[in-house]
Design a protein around this ligand. Structure first.
Ligand code: CMP
Length: 143
């Protein structure tokens, strides 16, 4: 079954949106198979955002993501990589549709509440970067 990496960023945690975000994914029918609150080490933030290293906002991005805890998760479900991105809305919250997480709760691009893997390759890379095998619990839903 397809898996993706989702992270509630420091602004989302500070604003008390973990529960709202988890609820949206649960209600959609997806299954959380890994989840943890952590203050991100700078080295992990730099590796996670390595593709943006040359961007002018890279330093600001790493400063922000390490500034206070994030809630990192692995979610599982059919076609979840693409659907999670649709549920999140576009990167710029000002342009994100109402009904999406960023559209409903975000205002600025730097503080856009949530991150989700943008492809199967990214999902695989990000899950293994953030979660050890034993931190993921695959299980069958019985209800
Ligand atoms: P995310 O999906 O986590 O992936 C890269 C992040 O870079 C993106 O969300 C934004 O939060 C951030 N980002 C993109 N553009 C800018 C910008 N101009 N200034 C600050 N951060 C940005």
């Amino acid at each position: 079954m397809e898996k993706t990496f989702v992270m509630v960023k420091p602004d989302g945690v500070q604003r008390g949106l973990i529960g709202e975000i988890v609820a949206r994914f649960e209600k959609k029918g997806y299954k959380m198979v890994g989840g943890k609150l952590l203050t991100v080490p700078r080295s992990l933030a730099e590796e996670h955002y390595a593709e943006h290293k040359e961007r002018p906002f890279f330093g600001e991005l790493v400063d922000f993501i390490t500034s206070s805890p994030v809630f990192a998760m692995v979610w599982e479900g059919e076609n979840i990589i693409k659907t999670a991105r649709q549920m999140m809305g576009t990167t710029k919250p000002a342009e994100a549709a109402s009904g999406t997480i960023r559209g409903d709760f975000g205002v600025t691009v730097g503080k856009n509440i949530i991150h989700g893997s943008d492809s199967a390759t990214s999902a695989e890379r990000e899950i293994s970067l953030w979660f050890k095998e034993e931190e993921q619990s695959s299980y069958t839903k019985k209800v």
